[in-house]
Design a protein around this ligand. Structure first.
Ligand code: FE2
Ligand code: FE2
Length: 203
């Protein structure tokens, strides 16, 4: 089990109800803010699912699990990925927390038994997106940004909501452009750059 690599992570027994299992896990590991965030993201992702005819159950599950690796220290994420000979890009090397999207996929799969490839893919790219993103990838990417984990309304809120009336692609692009022009971008992740190029070149 991958979580045995992190002895400080508490693993309450699973009940097969994802909602309660995620809640118990995050509470047991002292992450009430992450719990409130993932519940909000699941809600928004469910709304996007209804708007775009996606499977609401998958969108909610992706929302609940997307930040599940918040219980792992960022430096340990880097060590885990490097010790498994997995590639690490410059942005992940400099800002280890960027690895949390990939680590959350591992935890979702390995600990919570998530097998749905649409859900796992969405979790794995929820911070950066990737080129050829699926509607599930884009739905979670947007939901995570609209239900952000900081105080107040995000600066891009109106632009992203407006774009979401047009398409998932437009909403992703609106968020990315705002991030790049506002100076919030720490270091462009390889997948982010590829996703941006893909979105801007789409007909
Ligand atoms: Fe995240
Ligand atoms: Fe998040």
């Amino acid at each position: 089990m991958m979580l045995t690599h992190f002895p400080y992570v508490v693993t309450p027994p699973l009940t097969n109800c994802l909602e309660s299992d995620v809640q118990a896990f995050l509470e047991a590991n002292g992450r009430p803010k992450t719990l409130a965030h993932v519940q909000a993201v699941a809600e928004v992702c469910g709304q996007i699912a209804r708007q775009y005819g996606l499977d609401e159950r998958k969108c909610r599950a992706a929302g609940l699990l997307h930040d599940i690796s918040a219980v792992i220290k960022p430096a340990d994420m880097l060590h885990y990925v490097a010790s498994h000979s997995l590639p690490v890009c410059e942005a992940e090397e400099r800002y280890n927390f960027l690895l949390h999207q990939r680590m959350s996929r591992f935890v979702a799969e390995d600990h919570f038994g998530m097998t749905d490839s649409a859900v796992l893919s969405a979790i794995e790219c929820h911070t950066t997106l990737y080129a050829n993103a699926t509607p599930y990838d884009m739905a979670l990417f947007i939901a995570d940004k609209l239900a952000w984990d900081q105080q107040g309304i995000p600066p891009y809120d109106e632009a992203v909501r407006h774009a979401l009336d047009h398409s998932l692609e437009a909403a992703c692009l609106a968020y990315m452009e705002d991030t790049m022009t506002s100076g919030r971008m720490l270091c462009p992740h390889t997948n982010w750059t590829l996703a941006y190029d893909w979105l801007t070149q789409k007909p």
